[in-house]
Each structure stands twice: as structure tokens, then as C-alpha cells.
Write a protein that binds this ligand. Structure first.
Ligand code: SAM
Length: 342
């Protein structure tokens, strides 16, 4: 039982009330999505406004906006001042487009109908075992994004924002080679590879992802000029040769069979003495809350993957001719699972 609920001191009535509150929990992300969509935080960047002023600037209905802001104020995203004006709290500031680590694209990605509707159908996963995404959207997850420009833009910029707040501490915990080639497998827009190249001046980087994704890369930065290239392709077909493969938030998207396929491609192409860094959450034992346990339900409903334990990672790596050498914590929700040739 999570530590914030005391099992022994809960009456029957309190237990039911608690579950009713839990069931209502979905209104908070719905409200967060609404304010992120209409850009409320950007309009409050200059200081507090009345709800009427805010409604006019966001093109929304004053009465509805007041109610949405009131529910988010209970979660500390906005604050209603004594004179009735609304101001951004520290949480609210993170929703601004110009925040150091903008949360808005990640909020819009996580609450997009692709994930929201899939999560709403988890019950079907219980009965049939697999994801429901294909039944709802007509094709597997990543294929859908390759076909729908709007959804792809929301997903990939959301994923980049999701990762931007963690890339630096993760890169700081990694042991990069002094020279050689690092391939970021499924590296999205290249935010993590940029950190790798900044930290390792002797290294060359390759960003591997699908064509429509790498076309939006962010590697055109003076500091790393001439030390990177983009490889558009399918990581299940092949990966470019490298001294180090970084596979960040990728394996959790896929079932074991596909993970082994991808890891085998890395094993086959890696230089002698090469390494693989799998960067994913390692699910801890016990009932304490952990982001990976929540994300895992989205992986169940929308993908074919799962969040894995240390033993599950060791088994995957072993099946691909690799050996788990160590697990390094990063101070974020993910760890670095390092592997070498078996
Ligand atoms: C969950 S995102 C992770 C992105 C990035 N590594 C990060 O940590 O932010 C998964 C990435 O895998 C890419 N991907 C999915 N299937 C792929 C394939 N068959 N070949 C290459 N990239 C693929 C997606 O386009 C997406 O960028």
C-alpha cells in the first residue's frame, strides 16, 4: 500500500470516499489539457489578469474558464488572488511556451486522444491481453504517426519536451567513450544526442530514427558542427556500426521479440569492445508509486511493450548475445542498463 494512505486507520466510509476521489482524478489532466491547448499560461506571463481579461485573450467563455482554473488551482497550477485576478504559480510557469523546460508539449502528447482513448479501454486489454490501439485507430502506434502529420507533430515535439527535462542528468550519469561513434537508436529529434556530443568533444554522433522524425532534428548547433549525421531508417532492419549504442525510452515500447531483434542488430554491428546503454525505467519492487508503473498502462493499451525489471532486462540482453554489466541510477525515473558482448 502506498505510504500516503494508512490502511489501518481508514473506515469503510473513508475507503469509499477515497476511491470516489480516485475515480474523479481524470478531470485534472482533462483541465490541464484544456488550458494548455488555449495557451492560458502564455497570457499570464506578464502578470495576473482577471478571468474576464484572460477569457477575452484566449477566446474562451469566461464562466467555463473560471471553473477550469478553479479545479487546477486546487492542484497548485494557478492561484486566485484576493482581488479575483489569477496568477501563475511555479507549476503554472512551466506551462509557458518560453519556460526553460516547457511542459506544454508533453502535456498535450500525454493527453492526446491516441493515449487518452487507449487508456480508457484498458478493460479490453485485461480480457484480450494485448493493446487496443490498432482497434481504435486502424494501425499500430508508430505507423499511425507516420500517416497523420498533426498527430506526429504533437507526439514527437511532446516526446522531445518530455525528454528535455531529463536529458542532461542522464547524460551526466553516462560513461561515454573519449572517441569513436555513438548511435542514438530511435533518438527522435536528437535532444539526447546533442547532450552526448556536448559532453564528449572527441565523439561523433549518429541520429537514427524514421525519416519523418529525423527531418525535424535539432542538431544544427554550432557547438557540435561537423560531428553528427542523421540516418533515416528502420532500427529493426539494421543499425549503423558504432562503439556505443544509446537506446533511450525505446525498449519499453516493444514486446520481447522485437526488443531482441533490435538488440541483436546492435550486437552484430558494434565494434569490438563496444557497449550498449539501454536507458529506461527499471521497475522497482514494492507498492510505492513510480512513474514507470503508470506509464506501463499506456504501454499495455497503446503499444506492445512494457516497463521491465532488472531480471527482465538481463533476459532480453542475454537472448541478443549481450551481457548486462551494470545498472547506473541517473537521479531521474530512468536508469542506465549497460551491456557488453556476452
Ligand atoms: C518513445 S520515443 C523515444 C525518443 C527518444 N529516444 C527519447 O528518449 O526522447 C520512440 C522513438 O522511436 C522511433 N521509432 C519507432 N519505431 C522505429 C523504427 N522501426 N525505426 C526507427 N525509429 C523508430 C519513434 O519515431 C520515436 O522517435
Amino acid at each position: 500500500m502506498p505510504s500516503e494512505i494508512s490502511d489501518t486507520h481508514l473506515s469503510d466510509r473513508e475507503a469509499t470516499r477515497h476511491l470516489i476521489d480516485e475515480a474523479l482524478g481524470f478531470v485534472y489532466p482533462a483541465a490541464l489539457r484544456a488550458v494548455a491547448t488555449v495557451g492560458v499560461a502564455d497570457h499570464l506571463a506578464g502578470g495576473p489578469l482577471t478571468v474576464a481579461e484572460l477569457a477575452e485573450r484566449t477566446g474562451t467563455q469566461e464562466g467555463s474558464l473560471r471553473r477550469v482554473l478553479r479545479v487546477l488551482a486546487t492542484r497548485g497550477v494557478f492561484e486566485e488572488l484576493d482581488d479575483g485576478r489569477v496568477r501563475l504559480t511555479t507549476l503554472g510557469q512551466a506551462l509557458r511556451s518560453d519556460a526553460p523546460f516547457p511542459a506544454r508539449p508533453a502535456v498535450l502528447m500525454l493527453t492526446d486522444r491516441s493515449l487518452w482513448q487507449s487508456a480508457g479501454e484498458v478493460e479490453r486489454c485485461l480480457r484480450q491481453g494485448g493493446p487496443v490501439f490498432e482497434e481504435l485507430f486502424g494501425m499500430p502506434f508508430f505507423e499511425y504517426f507516420a500517416h497523420d502529420e498533426r498527430a506526429a507533430a504533437a507526439f514527437h515535439s511532446g516526446m522531445a519536451a518530455f525528454s528535455d527535462q531529463e536529458n542532461e542528468p542522464i547524460a551526466a550519469a553516462c560513461d561515454f567513450p573519449a572517441s569513436g561513434v555513438v548511435v542514438d537508436v530511435g533518438g527522435g529529434h536528437g535532444g539526447f544526442l546533442l547532450e552526448v556530443l556536448r559532453r564528449s568533444p572527441g565523439v561523433e554522433g549518429v541520429l537514427l530514427d524514421e525519416e519523418h522524425v529525423v527531418s525535424g532534428h535539432r542538431l544544427d548547433v554550432e557547438e557540435i558542427k561537423g560531428r553528427w549525421r542523421v540516418a533515416a531508417g528502420d532500427f529493426f532492419a539494421e543499425v549503423p556500426p558504432a562503439d556505443l549504442y544509446v537506446i533511450k525510452r525505446i525498449l519499453h515500447d516493444w514486446d520481447d521479440e522485437n526488443c531482441v531483434r533490435l538488440l541483436r542488430n546492435c550486437r552484430r554491428a558494434m565494434t569490438p569492445g563496444g557497449r550498449v546503454l539501454v536507458i529506461d525505467a527499471v521497475v522497482p519492487r514494492g507498492d510505492e508509486p513510480h512513474q514507470a508503473k503508470a506509464l506501463d498502462l499506456l504501454l499495455l493499451a497503446a503499444f506492445t511493450g512494457r516497463e521491465r525489471t532488472e531480471a527482465e532486462f538481463a533476459a532480453l540482453l542475454g537472448a541478443a548475445g549481450l551481457r548486462l554489466s551494470r545498472i547506473v541510477p541517473t537521479g531521474t525515473v530512468v536508469s542506465i542498463v549497460e551491456a557488453t558482448a556476452a
